[in-house]
Design a protein around this ligand. Structure first.
Ligand code: ANZ
Ligand code: ZN
Length: 855
């Protein structure tokens, strides 16, 4: 018997697949297409177990669909711009480009060692000008179409790093790297008009029926549609700004008569104007600026305000006067940056009113309360009820009250109904070097002028210095100096680069034809898109997936293609977890540094005590990581892949354990041994029609496995697919040599097992297939066909009802006679209990369906 040598086999079959060009895709209108895509990796240098899981899942789908006769596109590439490369440059003095290219080479080798069925001819890295030059054209088209624009906006500014920080990069009000307190700054930045598509992006979520509900909900919340009203309050006396009124956005116009103050954002134009003449106000504004711009920061901060001394009149009764405060919980970039506060029915407003002694007037009466006694003190009432203290609206419910309020403010010309969205336009400017240059030239006279098409692409210069702070592009001696395309005067290039989400928003379109001079080849995209199955981490549930949905629409609008949704099916995988270990001093230890002795863990090096901790997501900081390369070297990629699939359903977290990998390895060795059984019937023999007992059972199990495993793969139940393979292997082992048809059944069983194993552990399957005498490649073979009649079980599960309620289920032979079925049902312990010693009045048997006992 020859021995299973994973390393030799795997290299051999990877070479064979490549020579036979098995995975190169091309358009073919005679076949149904299937585009399976895994989120492309950032080239950090080495693959981790999360990658292994992600790409194994995708590869099973790709290999299965190919065998099922689909024309499969399964590409891979590199999301190659981004901060880590720039940090490496600063820390180690390597150029980001060089660092990235080397990382890609290393990771490509690792991915290839996994035997993934990619069409490598379509590979690209987004940091290559071949790729990013198209983004510059897209951006200019967006500009022309009004889908890109420049505006001043408030940003989190890190004064040490001299750069803008995303909200997620602000930790407790400080920069995540520098630790310096973040400032709010007004900066001119480029934006993409994703808000143009807010309604469409929201509505189309309803059609994404092959997306996880959780992701759909997250997108819905992110878009955050709010229906309400815009209401004007006129300023009493002299206004410090041009406008004589303050506009607020509210979702509760029905509570207008419960208003007791107006609050404006610290960076509202009115606040800034007041701050100019009032040092105390200016101090308060500065204090607010330290809070950062994130909603989370604003939510959790203590509610603080500053009374401006200004007063406004109520829009429906000028006799009612309300004070105007500057408040830290009002955001400038939502609604109008100003609110009316109704403390009785909004908790933030109530906290604020209690802190500053403002009036609390309830206007919604909960059912069962009476107007004379209902008061609000510490907890705002946000539930349903009838309006009161609200003049003509008294007695209306909230919805009717909103309609009445909108009618009243419209009639008084003090406002209108309005719908707003939480979704903000996408700010794409980054003060970074390692990104796609924004193709714009700034002229003192002409303003921001697009780089003319003939001068594209704007190539990122290589010779930059990473020594200083801020954006290295700004320090480059010559790159930024150019002349104005319009007037010819000296001008400066835009030195910001695009947010790296720009690259990942259209890469899936590029794969349709990665060398197209048009950026996106419309015809190829029409053939391949949408992606039939997208697979990746749930951490991308909002930004990447929403930007991609937007980009597809925006590119369609400017003529690149004609497509709505880019991803028809989405699967979000769970994390790969591992137990954590610490030494006596609390230092984290690698799993390779510890060993189990009896029930306790000790350090391999010196036998000292180790505390085994929780099972957590693999992370470098806790050292609970296992290096895929070592696993592949030790067990082979087929084992790593099989274990990845077998532990839990793909959308759930899984625990990586040594015993689990061992189990997967044992199973492959078992299949390997079975395939070398000298008793197998020769190649080309089919199971005998009159096989007996265990041989018949195996044939049946093989047909059942084909049906079951196909459904499991189509529905992402890979763990069940693996269990099915184990069952089939057991049925092979259970065949008795003396049963008629044993040798033929075993051949059929092992061949089927090999074919079904192929998408999961493809190398060992190819090797066994060859050893079984085949000269075809499994990678190019059709999926086995099941005979449903042979797969049928001769036992079926039948429910037993007592007086119409299901009380038990039993296994009965198919087509079991009524008398026999009745006898078996009445023998069920559960039914005996229900009968409680009595005889049933009637027993109704519906053949192969159900048994109803009437008592
Ligand atoms: C008066 C009112 C009375 C409100 C009441 C609520 C309850 P969503 O659902 O998130 O859209 N708001 C409006 N603009 C704001 C801003 N820029 N910063 C902070 N808060 C703002 O919430 C809309 C509600 O949030 C609005 O309705 C407004 O407060 C507040 F009993 O107006 B409401
Ligand atoms: Zn000019």
């Amino acid at each position: 018997m020859n021995h299973y040598d994973a390393a030799a086999i795997e290299q051999k079959w990877q070479d064979k697949w490549e020579q036979a060009d098995c995975f190169t895709a091309s358009m073919d209108h005679t076949k149904p297409k299937y585009y399976v895509l895994e989120m492309f990796p950032y080239p950090s240098g080495r693959i981790h177990m999360g990658h292994v899981r992600n790409y194994t899942l995708g590869d099973v789908v790709a290999r299965y669909r190919r065998a099922k006769g689909f024309n499969v596109l399964h590409p891979m590439g590199w999301d190659a711009f981004g901060l880590p490369a720039e940090n490496a440059a600063m820390e180690r003095g390597v150029h980001p480009g060089k660092w990235t290219i080397e990382n890609i080479a290393a990771m490509r080798t690792q991915l290839k060692s996994m035997g993934l069925s990619y069409d490598w001819s379509r590979e690209f890295a987004t940091c290559s000008p071949d790729y990013y030059q198209h983004e510059q054209k897209m951006f200019l088209k967006f500009l022309e179409a009004g889908l890109a624009y420049r505006k001043e906006s408030w940003v989190n500014w890190d004064p040490v790093e001299n750069t803008v920080l995303a909200n997620e990069q602000v930790v407790d009000g400080c920069g995540w790297r520098s630790g310096a307190p973040v400032e709010r700054r007004l900066l001119s930045q480029w934006f993409l008009k994703i808000t143009n598509f807010a309604e469409e992006l929201l509505a189309a979520i309803g059609d994404l029926d092959r997306w996880p509900d959780r992701v759909r909900l997250m997108q819905q919340n992110w878009i955050g549609k709010s229906e309400g009203a815009r209401v004007r309050f006129s300023i009493d006396g002299e206004s410090p700004i041009d406008a004589d009124h303050i506009e607020v956005f509210t979702t509760r116009p029905d509570t207008l008569f419960g208003a007791s103050f107006l609050a404006i954002a610290a960076n509202h134009p009115l606040a800034l104007a007041i701050g100019e003449n009032m040092p105390a106000a200016a101090d308060f504004i500065t204090e607010c600026a330290k809070l950062g711009t994130s909603e989370a920061a604003v939510e959790t901060a203590e509610k603080k305000g500053f009374d401006t001394g200004l007063q406004v009149s109520h829009p429906l009764d000028p006799a009612i006067k309300l004070p105007v405060h500057i408040a830290n919980f009002v955001l400038m970039d939502y609604g109008t940056g100003a609110i009316f506060g109704c403390p009785a029915h909004d908790q933030r407003d109530l906290d604020f009113a209690n802190a500053y002694g403002l009036q609390i007037l309830p206007v919604v009466l909960p059912d069962g309360e009476d107007t004379a006694n209902f008061t609000v003190t510490d907890t705002a009432y946000t539930g349903p009820g009838k309006l009161f203290n609200s003049r003509a609206w008294d007695g209306l419910d909230i919805e009717a009250g909103k309609a009445a309020a909108i009618a009243a403010i419209t009639a008084a010309e003090a406002g209108t109904d309005e719908t707003t969205y939480r979704l903000r336009d996408w700010g794409v400017s980054r003060q970074r070097y390692w990104g796609c240059p924004i193709p714009v030239i700034h002229c003192d006279d002409c303003g921001a002028i697009p780089v003319p098409e003939k001068d594209l692409p704007v190539i990122l210069p290589d010779d930059v210095d990473f020594g200083g702070s801020g954006n290295p592009l700004s320090h480059h001696p010559s790159w930024k100096h150019t002349s104005c395309p319009k007037c010819g005067k000296d001008a400066e290039r835009e030195q910001d680069t695009f947010d790296t989400f720009f690259e990942s928003s259209w890469y899936f379109l590029r794969y349709a034809d990665p060398t197209s001079n048009d950026g996106v080849n419309g015809e190829a995209a029409a053939y391949w898109l949408p992606v039939d199955q997208y697979i990746g981490g749930v951490e991308h549930a909002v930004l990447h997936l929403l930007y991609s949905r937007f980009f597809t629409r925006a590119l369609s609008q400017v003529g690149y293609l004609d497509l709505g949704e880019p991803f028809a099916g989405l699967m979000t995988q769970g994390m790969v977890c591992h137990q954590t270990f610490q030494d006596e001093a609390g230092k984290w230890l690698f799993p390779t540094d510890v060993v189990k002795q009896g029930d306790a863990w000790v350090q391999t090096s010196d036998g000292t005590k180790v505390t085994a901790g929780r099972i957590e997501k693999m992370s470098k900081s806790k050292r609970n990581v296992v290096d895929p390369e070592l696993i592949i070297q030790h067990y082979g990629a087929d084992t790593a892949r099989l274990f990845m699939l077998s532990d839990s359903p793909p959308e759930r977290d899984m625990e990586w354990t040594e015993s689990g990998v061992e189990g997967a390895s044992r199973f492959l060795k078992r299949v390997w041994r079975m395939s070398q059984d000298p008793d197998l019937a020769p190649l080309g023999t089919a199971p005998l029609a009159d096989s007996e007992a265990s041989a018949l059972a195996l044939t049946r199990m093989a047909h059942k496995s084909i049906i079951g495993l196909s459904a499991d793969i189509e529905n992402f139940r890979f763990n069940r697919a693996v269990a099915q393979l184990h069952m089939l292997a057991n049925a092979i082992a259970d065949v008795k040599a003396n049963d008629k048809g044993a040798a033929e059944a075993k051949r059929f069983g092992i061949e089927t097992l090999t074919q079904l194993l192929a998408p999961l552990s493809p190398h060992v399957a190819e090797e066994i297939w060859q050893n079984l005498g085949h000269s075809t490649l499994l990678a190019q073979s059709d999926w086995p066909q099941a005979d449903a009649s042979l797969a049928a079980d001769n036992e079926i599960e039948i429910g037993i009802q007592v007086n119409g309620k299901l009380r038990d289920t039993i296994m009965l032979p198919r087509d079991c006679e009524a008398d026999d079925a009745e006898a078996r049902a009445l023998a069920s312990p559960a039914i005996i209990r229900y009968l409680d010693g009595k005889a049933p009045r009637k027993v109704i048997v519906v053949k192969n369906r159900i048994i109803n006992v009437v008592i």
